[in-house]
Design a protein around this ligand. Structure first.
Ligand SMILES: Cc1cc2nc3c(=O)[nH]c(=O)nc-3n(C[C@H](O)[C@H](O)[C@H](O)COP(=O)(O)OP(=O)(O)OC[C@H]3O[C@@H](n4cnc5c(N)ncnc54)[C@H](O)[C@@H]3O)c2cc1C
Length: 387
């Protein structure tokens, strides 16, 4: 039994297989990082810049996370998956499997926009968030020097990642972070043609908009990026936005290794799975998290690519992996969102729970509490209820 990826989906599915299989199924988990990255916190670039390399808030050592699973962890890059021979290559190593769960997450989608991949930063991976935080710190230092000017940042994307990041950069206390009188950053969010916080509740959107404006973030709606060059972002209407740094938060797609599997794919190369989280026509091949596309059979809606959804899918997939190996009925997955909170600047957020809108400080506290509960449970090798 092999699990590819040790993010939210991978570690939770591993816990679930151990539980459903009563600890008798040997599990091998593969990831390029020997730690579980808390990706939902990667927008915290101000905090990351202040942490100066101390990364405990954003990652948990994998041996802690898998402490109770008796799983074998293999650190390395998954380079190929052969569905015929049932083998996974991790560098020079070949791992045979009977059942496979693909939990390889997602990567930035650049849609072929010239310069986007080359000249923008991203916070979808820890290495990207760390790099951006270091760059922002250098820019803040330069702006605090005599003759320095405010730093100009362009965030591309009007979804939750773009919003959280834009507000974080605009409200971070760069003067305290660099210990010099750096002025606040000037942040522009290019929302693009997809509406701001598309798919979220109207109350959440309204308050998020208000908080972003209070944070001083300038918003440019309804126009997409045409190209990105060194120091500037050009929009389709001809506007040229000067940018000391541009950050790409405009979308995700499946990693190449997932896209190249010879099975059915949805948007962005995501794996199509049935409501058992199994790939049709491939008994024993399961997938969970950002790497899948699944339409909920009850609501007819696409299950979102969120950590919350991954944590809900994983126990069902884990039980079904065991059912497939041992024989037995499979469980059907249906998705019920518990609630959503978007962080909008230091100590502020906007969210919705059961139709009720929460915003401002209470929303931020709620997000912090849920987030902390996940980090705490995960670091003790326990399954966490949500993020
Ligand atoms: C800034 C930000 C904030 C977010 N906030 C929220 C939030 O508040 N709530 C929420 O529900 N969701 C949030 N999300 C979305 C959430 O992070 C993702 O939906 C979640 O990480 C998906 O889990 P996953 O396990 O599928 O993928 P991941 O968590 O990305 O895990 C995939 C794993 O696969 C590994 N991997 C990938 N390719 C390879 C390879 N070839 N070889 C070896 N290892 C590989 C990676 O190292 C990684 O550990 C946020 C995302 C971002 C970027």
């Amino acid at each position: 039994m092999v699990v590819l990826g040790a993010g939210y989906a991978g570690v939770t599915v591993t816990h679930a297989i151990r539980r459903s299989g009563r600890g008798t199924i040997p599990i091998t988990v593969v990831d390029r990082h020997a730690s579980h990255i808390l990706r939902t916190r990667l927008y915290e670039v101000g905090r990351l810049a202040a942490a100066d390399g101390r990364d405990a808030r954003w990652s948990v050592p994998i041996d802690q996370v898998l402490a109770h699973d008796r799983a074998t962890f293999v650190a390395g890059e998954v380079t190929s998956v052969d569905l015929n021979t049932r083998e996974v290559s991790v560098g020079d190593r070949v791992l045979p499997y009977r059942s496979l769960v693909v939990c390889l997450g997602s990567v930035a989608a650049y849609y072929g926009i010239p310069g986007a991949a080359e000249y923008t930063e991203q916070v979808y991976r820890f290495s990207g968030a760390l790099r951006l935080s270091q760059r922002l710190r250098e820019l803040a230092r330069a702006s605090a020097a005599p003759g320095g000017r405010p730093v100009r940042i362009v965030v591309v994307g009007g979804g939750s990642t773009g919003t959280e990041l834009a507000a974080e950069i605009a409200t971070a206390r760069w003067d305290r972070i660099v210990g010099a009188p750096a002025p606040p950053f000037e942040v522009t969010q290019v929302v693009g043609s997809v509406p701001f916080l598309f798919g979220m509740a109207p109350g959440l959107i309204e308050h998020a908009r208000r908080l972003l404006a209070q944070a001083g973030v300038r918003s440019i709606p309804e126009v997409n990026v045409a190209r990105v060059g060194p120091g500037e972002v050009t929009l389709k209407d001809g506007q040229v936005l000067p940018a000391d740094a541009a950050v790409w938060c405009a979308g995700l797609e499946a990693p190449t290794i997932v896209r190249s599997l010879p099975v059915g794919h949805g948007k962005g190369g995501r794996l199509l799975v049935d409501d058992h989280l199994e790939v049709p026509g491939q008994p024993g091949l399961f997938a969970v998290g950002d790497a899948i596309e699944l339409k909920d059979s009850e609501t007819g809606l696409l299950v979102p690519a969120t950590a919350q959804a991954a944590l809900a899918e994983a126990p069902v997939a884990g039980a079904n992996v065991v059912a497939r190996l041992r024989g037995g009925p499979m469980r059907r997955f249906t998705y019920r969102e518990k609630g959503v909170v978007v962080s909008v600047g230091r100590g502020r957020g906007s969210g919705t729970f059961g139709g009720i809108t929460v915003w401002g400080r209470p929303a931020a506290l709620l997000k912090a509490a849920v987030d902390e509960e996940y980090a705490e449970a995960t670091s003790r090798g326990r399954r966490a209820p949500g993020v």
